[in-house]
Design a protein. Structure first.
Length: 188
């Protein structure tokens, strides 16, 4: 629903599911991970809808669920305070606050991202923030870092959109961006 632009429906569904779980003081790690994952996704949907206050409230609650000592893997869900920080980058970028997003990006411990895909997602989200902040050079560097770990993540339509937007912006094209665009299929 969130990806299709049905933000209100996504927030309602995710919030209702989180409320059903509502972990208490003796919650299992899996319950905390599920609860936090639902809230961080709802936060991002709120940010995409332009509701900064709602996004902030939801991400703060997700962060509170991050009282886990180590990342939790519960089925398809992986959750940790590091994952919440990465979602904060996306949420603040979505509401147009690149300064706050960059502040959160600086708090991420890269060693805790666990997989090449998560590492790449962090850098792609950070690239969006740098692009919004007007620093295409830094955005291009972040995209190249993402490519070094998981080039398939740059083959997504949303990554192509970011790359081509930067490539055709009325600014100086950062070094290596055109060749990156060709390698990942953003341009031919």
């Amino acid at each position: 629903m969130r990806r299709a632009g049905h933000h209100d429906d996504a927030i309602a569904l995710l919030s209702a599911a989180a409320a059903d779980i509502q972990p208490g003081p003796h919650a299992s790690d899996a319950e905390l991970a599920t609860y936090g994952s639902l809230l961080r996704t709802a936060s991002y949907a709120g940010a995409q809808a332009g509701r900064r206050a709602q996004a902030q409230t939801l991400i703060d609650e997700a962060a509170a669920a991050g009282r886990l000592r180590a990342p939790v893997h519960a089925g398809e869900i992986t959750f940790s305070p590091t994952h919440v920080a990465v979602y904060k980058i996306s949420a603040f970028t979505a509401v147009g606050d690149s300064t706050a997003a960059l502040d959160h990006a600086s708090t991420v411990d890269m060693r805790l991202l666990e997989t090449p895909e998560r590492y790449a997602r962090y850098y792609i989200d950070t690239a969006r923030t740098w692009e919004q902040h007007g620093r295409h050079d830094r955005a291009s560097q972040a995209l190249q870092a993402a490519e070094s770990q998981a080039p398939q993540e740059l083959r997504r339509p949303s990554s192509h959109e970011l790359i081509t937007r930067m490539l055709y912006a009325p600014t100086v094209t950062p070094a290596g961006l055109r060749s990156l665009a060709m390698r990942v299929g953003a341009i031919r």
